[in-house]
Design a protein around this ligand. Sequence first.
Ligand code: DAT
Ligand code: MG
Length: 182
Amino acid sequence: MFLSAPRLSKVLQLTLAVIKPDAVAHPVILEALHQRILSNNFVIVKCKDLVWKRQDSERFYAEHSERFFYQRLVEFMSSGPMRAYLLAREDAIHHWRELMGPTKVFRARYNSPTTLRAQFGLTDTRNTTHGSDSVESAQREIRFFFPDFRAEEWMEKEEPSFRSGQMHYDHQKQIHELSTQN
Ligand code: DAT
Ligand code: MG
């Protein structure tokens, strides 16, 4: 006889989240954003601080190269340190974009005042966060920031343990790790 129903949960999805230079410039805001990631039940698989060269910026945002804001965007994204997160959660792509809010800060403040961009965004360019918008872009963007990460291997070997909660948050490294069983 089953004493408790088996836990039904959906497979974890991976997404790429970036804290942009406007927010990383302010340690208190960066910490607040980190806490919001944790309190919204994302698993932090990887976390990396980095600075982009202008060419990285141009390559990452190539799809926007014809838009009027492109020069401003690539300049801003290579203007100072940023932080990249590899996050996992059920429907991570959708949930992270929900938490970020609309691209345009004033729209975010008006329509979605509890979102990250509403609360911390400065302008339509300096809008605090980035998030992948589809499974395909998540794959591309994870490769862009974490070229050594093997997503298929992680899904096969680590995802089931993270999903069942066999993990802990390492305060020093600021990521989640699998708990080893002794
Ligand atoms: P998102 O970042 O919400 O996926 P996007 O992919 O359309 O939005 O645009 C990428 C980035 O380009 C966005 O985060 C900030 C900048 N951007 C977009 N639209 C803009 C605008 N109208 N004015 C200034 N910057 C803009
Ligand atoms: Mg986008």
